[in-house]
Design a protein around this ligand. Structure first.
Ligand SMILES: [Zn+2]
Length: 242
C-alpha cells in the first residue's frame, strides 16, 4: 500500500491531474483524491471532467499498475483532467467508518478485548461489524448505543501516526483485525488512527476530523453468527444519514 493522497489531504476533493494510462471506460491518474476502498470501506465515488465533458467514476480497481478509476461510459481519455470526489458519499463513509471505530473501542473495552472478525460499510448509511464474542449478552451490546452517541457528542479529535510494523504488533489492541488492518506502506510503516482519549488502531480508511462530525448512530440489529460471532448492524440516523 502506498500512502494515499486522501490520507495526506483528506479535505482536497477536487484535483487537477493527468491521465497516465487509459483503456475504454477506465483511467489511471497521476494523482487522485479518491479513496480506493478496502478494509470494509467502499471506494469513493465522483466524477472526472475533461475538455469534452464529464463522466461518473463508479469504482476503483487496484492493480500492480496502479488504481484504475472505472468510468460509467466507455470513453477513452488522455491528458489533463479534473477529478471531483462526491462529498456527500465521502462524508457518509467517514461518519460510518469513524463510528465503527467507536463501537469497536467500546466492545474491546467492555468485552475483555474482543476482536473484530469482519466489517463492511454500505452505501445506504449502514454498516456491520462482526466480533468474536462467544458468550456475550446481546442486550449488553445493544446498551452501547447511547454510549456511542455520547462519544460522538464529546467531539473527540481524530489523529494519525505512522508506526513500524513491529511496534504496531507489540501494542495490545492496535491491530484488532488482521483482515481489515492495512498492509505496511512501502517504507514498512503502518497507519494508526487515534480517536484521542478513546482508541488507537491500525487503519487505512477515511475518518472524520473529530467525532462530532457524525450524525446520531443507531444499533439496528444484533445477530448470532455461529457460536462465536456476533454481527452488529449500525446505521446513521437523522439529517446526516439514511
Ligand atoms: Zn478506520
Amino acid at each position: 500500500m502506498t500512502r494515499y493522497f486522501c490520507h495526506e489531504h483528506p479535505d482536497t476533493l477536487v484535483l487537477e491531474t493527468r491521465v497516465v494510462n487509459a483503456r475504454p471506460g477506465a483511467v489511471i491518474l497521476e494523482r487522485s483524491p479518491f479513496h480506493p476502498g478496502g478494509g470494509g470501506q467502499l471506494a469513493d465515488r465522483g466524477v472526472l471532467r475533461w475538455s469534452g465533458g464529464e463522466v461518473r467514476v463508479v469504482g476503483i480497481e487496484g492493480t500492480g499498475e496502479g488504481f484504475w478509476h472505472l468510468l460509467a461510459e466507455p470513453v477513452e481519455l488522455a491528458g489533463a483532467v479534473e477529478t471531483a470526489v462526491d462529498a456527500d458519499f465521502r462524508s457518509m463513509m467517514a461518519q460510518l467508518h469513524t463510528d465503527t471505530h467507536i463501537l469497536n473501542a467500546l466492545v474491546f473495552r467492555d468485552f475483555a478485548g474482543a476482536l473484530v472478525t469482519g466489517a463492511q460499510l454500505n452505501a445506504d448509511g449502514t454498516a456491520r461489524m462482526d466480533f468474536d464474542l462467544p458468550d456475550a449478552d446481546n442486550d449488553r451490546l445493544r446498551a452501547l448505543e447511547p454510549e456511542i452517541n455520547d462519544v460522538i457528542r464529546q467531539d473527540l479529535p481524530v489523529r494519525y501516526a505512522y508506526v513500524t510494523e513491529a511496534d504496531a504488533l507489540a501494542e495490545r489492541g492496535l491491530v484488532r483485525n488482521r483482515s481489515v488492518a492495512p498492509p505496511p506502506a512501502a517504507d514498512g510503516t503502518i497507519r494508526v488512527v487515534e480517536i484521542v482519549g478513546l482508541d488507537r488502531q491500525a487503519c487505512g480508511g477515511t475518518h472524520l476530523a473529530s467525532t462530532r462530525g457524525s450524525g446520531p448512530l443507531r444499533i439496528l440489529k444484533i445477530d448470532n453468527k455461529g457460536r462465536h460471532n456476533r454481527r452488529v448492524k449500525i446505521g446513521l440516523a437523522g439529517p446526516s444519514g439514511g
